[in-house]
Design a protein around this ligand. Sequence first.
Ligand code: BTN
Length: 286
Amino acid sequence: MNRFSVTDFLTTLREAGCDLGEPFSYFEEVDSTNSLVKQYARDGGLHGACFLADHQTAGRGRHGRHWHAAPGENLLFSVLLRPRLPAAMLSPLTLVLGLGVRDALAAETTATLKLKWPNDIVVHQTPGALPPQASEPTSTQRNAGSSPFRKLAGILTESELSLGEEAFIVAGIGVNVHSQEFPGDLAHLATSLALLPRAATSSPGFTREILLTRILQNLSSWLSRYQHGGLGKIHQALNEHDALLGQAVRVDGRHGIGQGIDERGQLLLKTPSGTVAISSGTVELT
Ligand code: BTN
């Protein structure tokens, strides 16, 4: 396993002068960095703290799904945020953080990266645009689970608000960095930065330590824009990078065509009975 270097990371982070990322804790193996940071937050942990693991035995995705990541190849980390925002501003945070992760990853590749509402960073695959992956799906798999997207990163935000206390948010982020292949169904649903064409602006050496710094810098900058201007200013960026625009989808039983993201961060769907705004749900492409 390729061990994450805390020294290299802290050197880069401090050079960048980023306000997120410290205190920093590294774990070779944990159940889930989100669970650890949540407990740390309940015990009074500091805004900006970041816990990273090289391996998770019970990594979680949204809706209780398992987050698969081969040990030592990817970024698996959680950041504690105490953003001092009114409760109504907490739920769009996943989208705001998604823009940060997207921007940091987009600087590393010439592939077009999009935000798949509400929490995925995906590559839109046009036939022949992506290099073949080690375990390409069979044609049956492709027909059964055909998707124009491959997932590069996912975000799981978990928040707690107890009476009389400021809310905290745990932003758990998984990025596929060096993985060359994915098991089972993931073979045709996931990709990694290493499998995408490199950008001229790509970080030298392309290390996880540098990439984590870039992600934290971008999270910090989008978070600050949100704190100062709300979703109003961010709305345009959300629509620029909306993966679901024009896509036929089903969200918890509702079928429609993606029409963008509204000023409240809701997904707009054009359905046979008119346009509906959806504030949460699981998106499936149809
Ligand atoms: C999703 O796409 O459903 C969200 C995936 C989030 C995975 C990350 S990996 C680090 C952190 N710890 C977890 O248990 N989950 C998040």
